[in-house]
Structure formats: structure tokens, C-alpha cells
Design a protein around this ligand. Structure first.
Ligand code: FES
Ligand code: FES
Length: 156
């Protein structure tokens, strides 16, 4: 079945079964491999994208459920204000170790910062709790989100 998906501001046409997860369309059909497969069961966050700005697990999101919503992936999140701040903070704070989880981490963190410019520790924990990092970069992730939040104009 043909679907037209709005991905990173561009309409992309795909011909796939409606129940295929968005993750597989991104990676296998469109070759957008920045979004990662981890668990396939909404348990790790590696596959996180934004759908209309909300952090969403693409491994359990069927392509026919997306409709005309705007999909943003790690390939383009840096063109959003929050995404650019988060990516800079990730570099400034040297967050990454192996990197596998990090596109999902950045997608969740940028969705948080876009909706909450000055998140509390509790808000950070709540937003990021579904993103697993086997390398244990959690302390640097929290620090980088706070660093990015400070660039929103209020120091601490
Ligand atoms: S691959 Fe989607 S949450 Fe793990
Ligand atoms: S940086 Fe290696 S899994 Fe997170």
C-alpha cells in the first residue's frame, strides 16, 4: 500500500504494508540509518523519533498510524532550535561512549527541551527514563541537558 510520509520536512512516498513499524521504513526502505534498532518492544528508546514534536518509539509505531503527522529524525533534529542546543551540549559535555543509544537519547532530550526550556532533575529523569544506555552515560546526559537549558537564558 502506498503511503506519503512527511519526514524532516519532505514528503516521502513508500509502498509497504500498513502494519510495518516506522523504524523499518526509515532504515530499510529509505536508508535513514541514524535511527537505531535496539529491542523492538519500546523498552530501550534507541528508535526514538519525533512525531509532531513528541518523542515516539518508532519500533512500535505502525506506518499507517502516522498519517499526515510530521516526523523528525536524528538526521534533521539539529535544524530545530532545541535539537541544535542539545547536539552542541552533547559535544561540549562529551556525552557519547559507543554511541549506539545516542540518537535516541538526543531525540528524547530535544523533545524535552522544546516543551520545557528549564527542566528540573525530576522532569529530566521522567523524560529520559525510557532511554537505556549500556555504557552508563546517564550522568553526562543529565549534565548536557542542563547545559543546553542554560543556553535558553537562565543560569543556575
Ligand atoms: S528499539 Fe524501539 S524502544 Fe527499543
Ligand atoms: S553510549 Fe553506548 S549504549 Fe549509550
Amino acid at each position: 500500500m502506498a503511503f506519503t510520509l512527511k519526514i524532516n520536512g519532505t514528503n516521502r512516498s513508500v509502498d509497504v504494508d500498513g502494519d510495518i513499524p516506522l523504524l523499518w521504513v526509515l532504515r530499510d526502505v529509505l536508508g535513514m540509518t541514524g535511527t537505531k534498532f535496539g529491542c523492538g518492544m519500546a523498552l530501550c528508546g534507541a528508535c526514538t523519533v519525533h512525531i509532531d514534536g513528541a518523542a515516539t518509539r518508532s519500533c512500535i509505531t505502525s506506518v499507517d498510524s502516522v498519517g499526515k503527522s510530521a516526523i523528525t529524525t536524528i538526521e534533521a533534529v539539529g535544524s530545530t532550535a532545541a535539537g541544535a542546543k542539545i547536539q552542541k551540549a552533547w559535544l561540549d559535555r562529551e556525552v557519547v561512549q559507543c554511541g549506539y543509544c545516542q540518537s535516541g537519547q538526543i531525540m528524547s532530550a530535544s523533545a524535552l527541551l522544546a516543551s520545557n526550556p528549564h527542566p528540573t532533575d525530576a522532569a529530566i529523569d521522567d523524560a529520559m527514563s525510557g532511554n537505556i544506555c549500556r555504557c552508563g552515560t546517564y550522568v553526562r546526559i543529565r549534565d548536557a541537558i542542563k547545559h543546553a537549558a542554560r543556553s535558553n537564558g537562565r543560569g543556575d
